[in-house]
Design a protein. Structure first.
Length: 250
């Protein structure tokens, strides 16, 4: 909130900023915390809105993932209704490292290992994460320099959640042979690899796919079989998306 206001004041005078807080209705303290954020925003001259996740009962399993989907859905809906051009979040390099380390145990896909992307979308609302290159401690130091308090979510210390366990493991020297910076670098390289595969797949389809009639296509198998496995998978995915009745982008 403080950083974006400073950035806008210097580079985009007159840009309208709003602050959103999501109350997931999971903790009784959340209402007071939302009011505190509203007070901080008001002192900076920024409008604030609290959005509540009203779903009852709350999910018994997969709570963090479902809360995340609800959170982004609420914020994206608010942005559309209010005419906002983008939604900004304060994910850090540490968040990126935790995401990549969790995914390393499940997949080697460059799309997955790309982790949190600097730019994306949620329900067609542009989503921007400008602080992915900044360590969490650096943000805390910045707030301390401004004498600006902040609120720690107790769920960030709850070992029931995988992310919390990964975070604590990364904080122990020698637990992993990789640092948060190296994990974030892996995410960046994986993102570039995924983008390259996507461009190559689009180019190959433009060159070699032939549509004989609506909904029917042909490809040259001899040319297809000689491709790397990752590129073949990407091409097939796009063909299935276009001709298999799915909802993906052609």
């Amino acid at each position: 909130m403080r950083l974006v206001q400073d950035w806008a004041r210097i580079t985009h005078p007159g840009l309208l900023l709003s602050v959103l807080t999501v109350d997931h209705r999971l903790r009784p303290e959340a209402a007071a915390e939302s009011n505190q954020v509203a007070d901080w925003a008001g002192k900076l001259g920024l409008p604030h809105a609290t959005l509540a996740w009203e779903a009852e009962p709350k999910p018994a399993t997969g709570l963090q993932a479902k809360a995340r989907a609800a959170r982004y859905g609420l914020m994206a809906d608010w942005c559309r209704k209010e005419g906002a051009g983008a939604l900004l979040t304060a994910h850090t390099l540490d968040d990126q490292a935790e995401t990549v380390l969790m995914r390393l145990s499940r997949t080697k896909s460059p799309d997955s290992l790309a982790g949190i992307r600097p730019r994306g979308a949620w329900d067609d609302m542009p989503l921007i994460r400008p602080l992915l290159g900044v360590r969490r401690d650096a943000l805390r130091d910045y707030l301390l320099s401004l004498e600006q308090p902040w609120i720690e979510d107790p769920s960030n210390a709850d070992p029931r959640f995988e992310r919390v366990r990964v975070r604590k493991a990364l904080a122990v020297p020698g637990t992993h042979d990789v640092s948060p910076e190296r994990l974030a670098a892996l995410a960046e390289r994986s993102g570039r690899a995924a983008e390259m595969l996507e461009r190559m797949a689009r180019r190959w389809i433009d060159l070699w796919l032939r549509e004989e009639e609506a909904g029917v296509c042909h490809v040259a198998l001899a040319d297809f079989h000689g491709l790397p496995a990752a590129l073949k998978a990407r091409i097939l995915g796009r063909i299935v998306s276009r001709y298999g009745g799915g909802q993906g982008e052609p």
